[in-house]
Design a binder for this molecule. Structure first.
Ligand code: MLT
Length: 462
């Protein structure tokens, strides 16, 4: 903890915004900083959270489609577990409850969620730590179809950021870590907390034992792996936060080959996959061989507006083994059971509804709305003659201010326009000279931000 250099980036930004509002109590601050969703969650999903509606139907379909293969497997292993023979990662008492839940849902129209918690029949306590099997299977089907991912390899959670920290517990403090530079700050900060980062070096702005994989426009935001140092763990986010760049299939193939050659594990963050517009891979498992080298974390936050509801998942394939041949999934299950009691039943009901045909269409419309916002922001900065990246495959726009300090640009924009952005340096040394602008906001707010920015840059000629 002592080795951490600053406060975590986003609370630091909130603090600066707070001080700004103290200074200008009448200012209407526009927040394009932290990627916090703003648009209402479609009713089909909130209804499912209030009282089960579409979720139940989906469960029945899933059970039918899967031919009950996974459910039978679960029951068999549960029996073994109860007899004390072989309690494996997909077999515990709660998994049994999860599959019973699925069975129950088939037989009657249940009311299990928010309202139902006030009824004797509808009340539910703990669920499976790994998540309801119906949701795990649904995630596998919706996002990993034809990629060989099964429901028992999906661990439902309360969000990708929490999973990043839980994953860190799997590995010892002598493990080496590589990150994209710039990158989402939780990868580095949780590595520092885990004791893996070594000393911070003021001259470079880097931790000694962390491998920084430079991702700039000059290299198409993809590191030169032919010269990169080996690391045990590689955090890789695509579409990338903060640059908004999505790696191509060929680039990810290189990454998988690099990990294989070096005996590394990739922790692939696909939290922004729903924003991909150009056909780039939405999952690392689109790449042959990735099941042997990659864990994938993902989230309902930016895809379904669940930043406050909290729901995410992590995929750990059975083929992913430690050097001694032990399956990582078994240890991850152990961590999840020890450190987590399962995602909220209500959130999981919402997650299931998001993955139904109707729910998926409804949230895709919201994602499209944010993408339209991103376009307005891109056009705004381009019209001002600035170089702009991202925004096409992600809700983040990465704007270049050559030769300027990103904190100075952040401060100036806040001071003169009352718009909160994020200074690129907060994401790593390669972020210096950039700011990240988020596309989350009501349309009128985004248009207002655009007008203020144009006015400021033209008048002040920054
Ligand atoms: C971001 O703004 O980068 C993220 O949304 C913050 C988060 O996920 O914690």
């Amino acid at each position: 903890m002592e080795n951490l250099q600053n406060e975590y980036l986003f609370p630091e930004i909130f603090m600066r915004e707070f001080l700004h509002t103290q200074k200008y109590p009448h200012a209407r601050v526009i927040r394009l900083g932290i990627g916090n969703t703003t648009e209402p969650i479609p009713d089909i999903i909130t209804s499912a959270m209030a009282e089960e509606s579409k979720g139940g139907l989906l469960t029945v379909n899933l059970a039918e489609e899967s031919g009950r293969r996974n459910l039978n497997e679960t029951h068999l292993t549960v029996n073994k577990g109860i007899m004390g023979v072989d309690q494996t990662y997909y077999a515990n008492r709660d998994d049994m409850r999860a599959s019973l839940f699925t069975m129950e849902t088939e037989s009657r129209s249940t009311q299990k969620h928010a309202h139902a918690l006030s009824t004797v029949e509808g009340y539910r306590g703990y669920g499976a730590e790994q998540g309801h099997m119906a949701l795990r299977m649904s995630i596998a089907q919706r996002f990993y179809k034809n990629m060989g991912i099964e429901g028992n390899e999906v661990f439902v959670s309360d969000g990708a950021q929490c999973d990043i920290s839980r994953l860190q517990m799997l590995f010892g403090s002598n493990v080496t870590v590589a990150v994209q530079d710039p990158s989402f700050p939780a990868y580095i900060d949780s590595s520092v907390i885990a004791g893996r980062a070594g000393n911070f070096q003021e001259e470079t702005g880097k931790y000694k034992n962390i491998v920084y994989l430079n991702c700039r426009p000059e290299n198409n935001f993809f590191p030169d792996l032919s010269t990169a140092s080996r690391a045990d763990l590689i955090f890789f986010c695509s579409p990338n936060n903060p640059t908004g760049n999505a790696a191509s299939w060929h680039q990810l193939k290189q990454l998988v080959e690099f990990a294989k050659a070096n005996g590394s594990i990739i922790v692939y963050d696909s939290s922004y996959a729903a924003y991909i517009s150009d056909g780039s891979p939405r999952s690392i498992y689109e790449i042959p061989g990735a099941r042997e080298v990659a864990i994938e974390i993902s989230s309902f936050s930016k895809f379904a507006g669940f930043t406050g509801v909290r729901l995410g998942w992590t995929v750990v394939p059975e083929e992913l083994l430690y050097a001694n041949g032990f399956p990582v999934i078994k240890d991850y299950n152990r961590i999840v059971c020890t450190c987590f009691n399962g995602a909220s039943n209500i959130a999981q009901a919402g997650g299931l509804a998001c993955l139904s045909a109707e729910g998926y269409q409804a949230i895709t419309n919201v994602v499209d709305y944010y993408k339209e916002n991103a376009k307005i922001i891109i056009d705004t900065f381009r019209a001002l003659g600035l170089k702009v990246y991202g925004g096409k495959n992600a809700p983040y726009i990465w704007v270049h201010f050559p030769g300027l300090s990103s904190w100075d640009v952040f401060n100036q924009i806040l001071e003169k326009t009352h718009i909160v952005t994020i200074p690129g340096k907060g994401f790593g040394p390669a972020g210096e000279g950039y700011i990240r602008v988020g596309a989350f906001g009501h349309r009128e707010t985004i248009l207002e931000a655009s007008a203020r920015l144009k006015n400021f840059f033209v008048t002040d000629n920054i």
